[in-house]
Design a protein around this ligand. Structure first.
Ligand code: NDP
Ligand code: 5RP
Length: 461
């Protein structure tokens, strides 16, 4: 009997199955796609069992069964669970490791509970490499069931610099998939920030791809030690297969998406979370499709400022912190709204290795929440307060330069606006309230006395 089962043997499922197998567990694999199962069969390993029917798969597993579903999110997961619930027994454990919408996970958690089947919605990040060698895992749902699969998950997960596994119980219900959704929102934000910095480097300073690759490579060795910075350097130096040029210069500038960042924005709006940078990153992808391309690309005729590269590094470092800050701010608001007890320092730890948004800065975030788990805003923590004081002039200079040059910087500008607003006691929302009360008698609160007020702004005609 096999100790663990994986359904879906495409990029992620196959590599996770191999990862689990490499830690000494026996694994049964199944997919509705026969060639995927054939690919597993090619390993000819006693502890890696290919199965070709639902029944063969389920019956090959020791009880209570532990099954990871790693397939396309949405309807396919419902169809798979529908099939499984007739074949499984109370006490069996099903983990959905795909990028499922947390609303779906909530519904599935409740539905499977009726059959006595334990359900875990688990965010997985790290792509193909991570799945094989160590992903970041974000399991949420049934705590008791989590404890039963914990040894396997800890064995396959990435490890932090000091050897701790990048997996911990996130919280009840759909909180695991919620945290993965927020991970992806942060991912969208940092990717857009990096692309804006790339745009400034190429347009203002006229740097070549090789030079830019070197700059990002150098940043990666310093404060910006982050996976997305590392791969940016690699993307910039990659030669094309079809021409003698760099491939980056032939990639169509239209950004695709599967929607996890959009979901974060949807829930952020529902909660009233000020996640402006993530919103701009999502909209940046829309804009890349919707721009009419009728204008001409911005050109910079002047002399690039001598401190441009240094300022861009500082600006990007601070903007990256804002992306994380907004993600954690939405998590704190979601925890309150959905009554989840989230441990932010563990979430930061989960993201320190294996996942797409991994960076050294997450160690500072872990420390910040370790010292004060009730931070409303990450920049209240001493480390981030001082980072803000140190790097804000550079971010301001970069946004000003971009505005003067006509180069759009939606996320860098939104980062600056967030930082200018988040501690500001004098935002002009009093004017909005005055206008609302004027046209709609919506009433307002006062800053000098309790109660709800309305002004008769004009005489009725
Ligand atoms: N790729 C990545 O970097 C990451 C992906 N993820 C998530 O992991 C999951 C798997 O991703 P990935 O490996 O890239 O593959 P895909 O998202 O492309 O999903 C492919 C798998 O889903 C199966 N599938 C599709 N429809 C059904 C169905 N109706 N019933 C049963 N199985 C079905 C496919 O079988 P068939 O070939 O027959 O269609 C195949 O095995 C997704 O939710 C994805 O969002 C998470 C982190 C990173
Ligand atoms: O979850 C992931 C990484 O963390 C997947 O790669 C996801 O597909 C990325 O999102 P999108 O396709 O919308 O860019």
């Amino acid at each position: 009997m096999e100790q663990f089962g994986v359904i879906g043997l495409a990029v992620m499922g196959k590599n996770l199955a191999l990862n689990i197998h490499s830690r000494g567990y026996s694994v049964a694999g199944f997919s509705i796609d026969k060639p995927e199962v054939d690919a597993l069969a090619k390993y000819q390993d006693d502890k890696l069992k290919p199965t070709y029917t639902w029944e063969e798969f389920v019956n090959s597993l020791e009880k209570p069964r532990k099954i990871l579903i790693m397939i396309k999110a949405g309807k396919p997961v419902d169809m798979t669970l529908d099939k499984l619930k007739d074949l499984l027994e109370p006490g069996d454990i099903v983990i959905d490791g795909g990028n499922s919408n947390f609303h779906d996970t909530q519904r599935r958690f409740e539905e499977l509970g009726k059959y006595g089947i334990h359900f875990i919605g688990m965010g997985v990040s790290g792509g193909e490499e991570g799945a094989l060698h160590g992903p970041a895992l974000m399991p949420g749902g049934d705590k008791e069931a989590f404890e039963k699969v914990r040894p396997i998950l800890e064995a396959i997960a990435a490890k932090t610099e000091d050897g701790r596994p990048c997996v911990s119980y996130i919280g009840p219900e759909s909180s695991g998939h919620y945290v993965k959704m927020v991970h992806n929102g942060i991912e969208y934000a940092i990717m857009q920030e990096v692309s804006e910095v790339y745009d400034l480097l190429r347009t203002v300073s006229g740097k070549s791809n090789e030079e830019m690759s070197e700059i990002f490579g150098k940043w990666y060795q310093g404060d910006l030690h982050a996976y997305l910075i590392e791969i940016t350097s690699k993307v910039l130096q990659q030669k094309d297969d079809l021409t003698s040029d760099y491939v980056i210069d032939h990639i169509l500038n239209v950004a695709s998406y599967k929607g996890t960042g959009n979901w974060m924005l949807e829930d952020g709006v529902a909660l009233g979370a000020p996640i402006s940078v993530i919103a701009e990153a999502v909209i940046g992808r829309f804009m890349s499709k919707q721009t009419t391309r009728e204008g001409s690309a911005p050109k910079f005729d002047g002399q690039a400022p001598a401190d441009l590269v240094e300022n861009l590094e500082k600006a990007l470092n601070l903007a990256q912190a804002v992306a994380y800050a907004q993600g954690f701010q939405q998590l704190t608001m979601a925890a309150e709204a959905y009554k989840w007890e989230l441990r932010y320092q563990s979430i930061a730890q989960n993201w320190e290795a294996g996942c797409i948004i991994r960076s050294n800065m997450l160690q500072d975030i872990e420390k910040a929440y370790d010292e004060n788990g009730k931070l409303q805003v990450l920049f209240q923590a001493p480390y981030f307060k001082s980072l803000m004081e140190k790097n804000l002039p550079a971010l301001r200079a970069v946004v000003k330069l971009a505005a003067d040059a006509g180069i759009p910087t939606p996320t860098l500008s939104a980062s600056l606006n967030y930082l200018e607003s988040i501690f500001n006691p004098n935002l002009p929302a009093n004017m909005i309230q005055g206008q609302r009360d004027y046209f709609g008698a919506h009433t307002y609160y006062r800053n000098d006395r309790e109660g709800v007020f309305h002004t008769e702004w004009y005489e009725e005609k």
